[in-house]
Design a protein around this ligand. Structure first.
Ligand SMILES: Cc1ncc(COP(=O)(O)O)c(C=O)c1O
Length: 356
């Protein structure tokens, strides 16, 4: 009997882009130097280099175990409504019911899942010509996975990386972006430069988006982790919303709760009226069913318990402060040390001390 052709259906599978973080981590792991530090991971580690489980997380987990009403059943639209409400309140503040009736939100598999669902929604509905990313950016964005959209960068950092090149950024958005293009913005703690816009610059940028019909897509992966204050870190998003822009937000709880392994996230679309909210939600739900069916419940239960209990919330704020205070101290120490040693290839790219 003859045999079928042995040519694999995957013989022409295209080469995938190299992931810089993964490659650097491999180099780090292979390096025998004892005092090495892997700076590519965004997870908070203690002074021994060990992952830190926030004390409030341990405390909440103990309470969860004792709660016999919780099961291991999968979440449905109804059962995760406490989490959704808590996530909305954290992001938008305790807003008026009027605003919340214009927001369509869905729980996602962390910030990455939120970015993916958001990219799909915007590409299917707005059909943007271009998605604009900052010229130094977090690389694992979902836009590559969604065809039919051009990905371009807008200038973000000054050539010496000492600050944000706001004038060039605005110029490119005014002259090259088209109506219905999407701009990807880090709500705070810009990844990978650490440079954020000033409050005045956010207001000006909102005006530029409004005038040119550019849709703002906020990636909020560090709320609370940047300044220690979740309200301060949500300022840019709240400002765009208050100015009346439609926006969407990919919200991650990985860093500020130290829960990156539990994949807790949420995606929100703020609409100009309530009229299209249900249709947008139905679309999100449709995508979700096809991608993950339902999102995981364990981490979401922890987050919603913390955000809705006065005592757990203040314990979380204390943990957050201890992490952010130490990060600021370490960054300043590293900055001063690099300046003192004039480490080639690094000190000339340092931002101004004020932006640390
Ligand atoms: C800017 C940015 N967006 C999104 C993510 C993805 O976050 P998550 O771990 O919640 O998927 C990260 C993670 O490091 C990030 O830095």
């Amino acid at each position: 009997m003859g045999s079928f052709s042995s040519l694999s259906a995957f013989a022409n599978v295209p080469a995938s882009p190299v992931n810089e973080r993964v490659e650097l981590t491999k180099l780090h792991d292979a390096d025998p130097y004892k005092q090495k530090v892997n700076l590519t991971t965004e997870e908070y580690k203690d002074r021994n280099g060990d992952l830190w489980v926030l004390p409030v997380i341990r405390q909440t987990e103990l309470e969860l175990i004792m709660d016999t009403s919780l099961t291991h059943s999968k979440s449905t639209i109804g059962t995760n409504k406490n989490f959704i409400k808590a996530a909305q309140d954290m992001l938008f503040g305790m807003q008026s019911p009027g605003l919340m009736s214009k927001v369509a939100s869905i729980q996602t598999v962390s910030g990455t899942g939120a970015c993916h669902i958001g990219a799909k929604l915007l590409c299917d509905t707005l059909k943007p010509h271009t998605i604009w990313m900052s010229d130094l950016t977090y690389t694992d964005h979902a836009w590559d996975l969604i065809g039919g959209v051009e990905k371009r960068t807008y200038p973000y950092c000054l050539p010496d990386r000492s600050g944000v090149d706001f004038d060039r950024m605005i110029d490119v958005l005014n002259t090259r972006a088209r109506k219905n293009d999407v701009i990807c913005l880090n709500a705070c703690a810009h990844d990978s430069s650490g440079l954020d816009l000033t409050l005045e610059q956010w207001v000006e940028l909102a005006g530029v988006c409004q005038k040119n019909g550019i849709f703002p897509f906020f990636d909020s992966a560090y709320q609370g982790f940047a300044s220690g204050d979740p309200d301060a870190d949500a300022w840019a998003i709240r400002c765009f919303v208050e100015l009346g822009l439609e926006v969407c937000v990919a919200q991650s709880f990985s860093k500020s709760f130290g829960l990156s392994g539990e994949r807790v996230g949420c995606f929100h679309v703020v609409l100009s009226s309530t009229a299209h909210r249900q249709a947008v939600f139905d679309r999100l739900y449709h995508y979700q069913r096809g991608i993950t069916s339902t999102p995981p419940t364990y981490g979401a239960n922890i987050v919603s318990m913390i955000l809705t209990s006065e005592s757990l919330y203040s314990a979380w704020r204390a943990d957050l402060k201890s992490m952010t205070d130490r990060i600021q101290k370490l960054r300043l120490g590293l900055y001063n040390e690099l300046i003192r040693r004039r480490v080639p290839g690094s000190w000339e790219y340092l931002p101004s001390q004020a932006s640390l």
